[in-house]
Design a protein around this ligand. Sequence first.
Ligand code: AMP
Ligand code: MG
Length: 490
Amino acid sequence: MLKLENLSFDNSYVKLPDVFWERVKPTPFPNPYVVSVNPAAAELLNLDPGEFARPDFAEYFCGAKLLPGSDPIAMLYSGHQFGHYNPQLGDGRAIMLGEVKNEQGEPWELQLKGAGITRFSRDGDGRAVLRSTIREYLCGEAMHGLGIPTTRSLCIVAGEEVVWRERPEPGAMLLRMAPSHVRFGSFEVFHYRRQYEHLKLLADYVIDHHYLHVREAENPYARLLHEVAIRTGHMVAQWQAVGWAHGVLNTDNMSILGLTMDYGPFGFLERYDPTFICNHSDHQGRYSFQHQPDIGYWNIRALGQALSHLIDDEDALKMAPQVYEQAMLESYAELMRGKLGFTESHAGDDKLVTDLLNLMDSSRTDYTTFFRDLGNFQLEEPSSNSAIRDFFLHREAFDDWTTRYRERLIAEKSQDAERKVRMDQVNPKYVLRNHVAERAIQLATREKDYSEIDRLLELLSHPFTDQPGMEAYALPAPDDSPPIIVSCSS
Ligand code: AMP
Ligand code: MG
């Protein structure tokens, strides 16, 4: 277990030419203090948990002190925002402190979000509000708990810093980690600037550090695109299966590693509604829940375009979005079979899923609790299924569906008890519902009480396990709860 000073920095990205980044130091807050630390992420760095109590821990993670070996940079990228190309984005408020290699040799980039102005800040203040850092901190870990690839969260540090949004709010910094924060937009910037040598350098960097096996392929760049398409397909399928919307699927928020990243106005579905838009500023619903699979396709096409100078195989470029789509659809079908408790694939399964979702849509059934409770479905004693039936307004229509479901389960000789165990491992009991996050945010911002954040971190790290005394966290928002408005760049 390591002391902070003994983290081993590699900083491979800084070895790329200096157009790729700007060397910039974080701008610290006065009187920083730790809001929350996540031991699970610290373990990935082999960091001794005893270090969390150090008086200077907060100083290191608000930029007041630099860890030995750290060489902070802001990364350049561009991207398509809501379908339109923006030539100049880059880390406007996140500063990468450096890349740590852990004892297993795994690279972890440490990125401090809200760390102050960089060359890429445009009109922004380089800051993040406590509210948005809590949301990102918790959701990153919630997604990891759900088995969905994501950036991880190490800690939140606050201080005496007021950040102006619609009103003054406490500011904070989030230390997030990923093997790489390279985005589709990191490639797009060099493609649209016609800086093809840089484009190649970046592709080689990503291959050498994260996709080494594609070197064997006839065209490693085409293979890279192919693999990113597959990873992205699996990630989007997982979002759809768990009922989660990202909210801002611009190409600059798409990870080259297929990680969920840049958490902003995200939301878990409560009552099932495919048209769910979690981003208050997304008036057209471009990034609504049901559009995510198509947006993944669009974004893979944009990545293909960005790599086109390196890939002379027209077919590979044309095929990439289809490779994505096939991976996404197959993965989604498999995940939904699991959610229904099927171990086999039968003809008609897709229709069973679609019909169920249509019923859930018309009854506005709570997505997470329904699937969790479906695990209690009884083949032996159909009369005991009334609690599940109560999720639906159109009971007869649900009864018809249940008849088909029952036949389908019998066809694979499903056993109630064994199936429930399996279903509980894939249908989470706890997700980060907006009103649950909001309570932690209110306590933190109004009362400087951060205990709820730690409680949620623990709860959401084990979303499939019934946790005594935590029933309330599994419940949908009360009908009279006020709407929670979230948009980009808070
Ligand atoms: P996002 O919507 O958070 O993915 O951010 C889109 C772009 O805006 C990125 O280049 C961010 O770095 C930048 N950005 C967002 N908020 C701020 C801010 N408060 N200060 C500076 N840049 C920002
Ligand atoms: Mg972003």
